[in-house]
Design a protein around this ligand. Structure first.
Ligand code: SF4
Length: 338
């Protein structure tokens, strides 16, 4: 592994994310968990877990990666963005004064291996990039168990550490929070270009990639923006890249009313002009739930909440009508509710 920091006279620069925090001895970076200890940039939350849960893989959300299976999911503390609409702000924007008991990667991997119908481990809930070393050590243990790893992230990371992350993560869901830099700068404290570079790097490496955009009224919900975003995804990442359009609810510091269902359905129609796999999340709409074969249009997976029903697929996730491979990662033992 290459070094994740550079030492200068009077400060050390963190190279993990595009903030490039310059930290005097004893100071922490924007993420709140990485600190200049005089020797190096240290992860102060190594081994600290904010929560564990066995979730449907669809909850990440991932709809094209072992659909119907479960995945042990875990988070820690801290984030390198400052989203005023964060749904997990209590763990992303603060670190407890008294740290909980630290848990070893070996123990976490053993828990993942013993969980029923579990495909592996998802790094999620808060931003996993900022606890890079802990995530990496757990992922190595998970791979030794022959299981899969998932990362749910804002994608605000530098290319060099991302290269290493791609080496130990099998599937990604990356937030593309908007397709305008005003939104990123004002609402997240970050810049969209590094996130777009992350998406391109993951796609180029051939890793499984799905994207989530949380739609906030008046901020990122125009027809033009969704047309631009979906066109960019299709052109740079491929038109089969799944895009999840998720409904915003007021939370943390943002009080705008929840996104109307009609807005999500309108954006679904626009994104579907360029993309074959668009989904709606956090909303009870008939649109954007099922997966259709992109070869012949046959619906092969029906979803009702987290209840999954596959129909017309062979054991390898191919469409029985036209032979197109719908899912690269699929297991029939994953079927629920059929
Ligand atoms: S990971 Fe944290 S310390 Fe490092 S550059 Fe990003 S915000 Fe700063």
């Amino acid at each position: 592994m290459e070094k994740l920091f550079l030492k200068y006279d009077g400060y050390t620069e963190c190279l993990l994310c595009p903030h490039f925090c310059r930290l005097a001895v004893g100071r922490k970076g924007i993420c709140g968990v990485r600190k200049n200890n005089g020797e190096e940039i240290e992860l102060t939350t190594y081994g600290v877990v904010s929560g564990f849960s066995v979730d449907p893989v669809e909850k990440k959300p991932l709809y094209h990666f072992f659909p119907g299976m479960h995945i042990l999911s875990m988070g820690s503390y801290g984030c390198n963005m400052r989203c005023d609409f964060c749904q997990n702000w209590s763990i992303s924007q603060g670190v407890p004064d008294r740290m909980p008991v630290r848990i070893s990667p070996e123990r976490i991997a053993a828990d993942a291996a013993s969980a029923k119908h579990n495909i592996g481990l998802a790094f999620t809930y808060n931003e996993p990039i900022v606890w890079f070393e802990f995530m990496r050590d757990i992922a190595v243990m998970i791979k030794k168990e022959g299981m899969y790893t998932v990362m749910v992230s804002n994608g605000f990371v530098n290319s060099m550490p991302l290269t290493e992350i791609i080496g130990f993560i099998d599937a990604f869901n990356i937030d593309l929070k908007a397709f305008n830099s005003t939104f990123y700068k004002k609402l997240t404290g970050a810049d969209p270009e590094p996130v777009k570079n992350t998406l391109k790097q993951i796609s180029k490496a051939g890793r499984h990639l799905e994207i989530t955009t949380l739609v906030i009224p008046g901020r990122n919900d125009s027809d033009e923006e969704m047309l631009d975003e979906s066109r960019w995804i299709a052109g740079e990442l491929g038109d089969e890249t799944p895009l999840h359009l998720s409904r915003y609810y007021p939370t943390y510091r943002r009080n705008d009313p929840a996104t109307p269902q009609s807005t999500l359905e309108r954006l679904f129609d626009i994104a579907s002009l360029n993309l074959k796999n668009v989904y709606l999340g956090n909303v009870a709409s008939a649109k954007g739930q099922d997966t259709a074969c992109s070869g012949c249009g046959t619906v092969v997976t029906k979803r009702s909440g987290y209840n999954i029903m596959h129909k017309g697929l062979d054991d390898n996730g191919r469409c029985l009508i036209c032979g197109k491979r719908v899912y690269e990662n699929f297991s029939f033992s994953s079927r629920r509710g059929h």
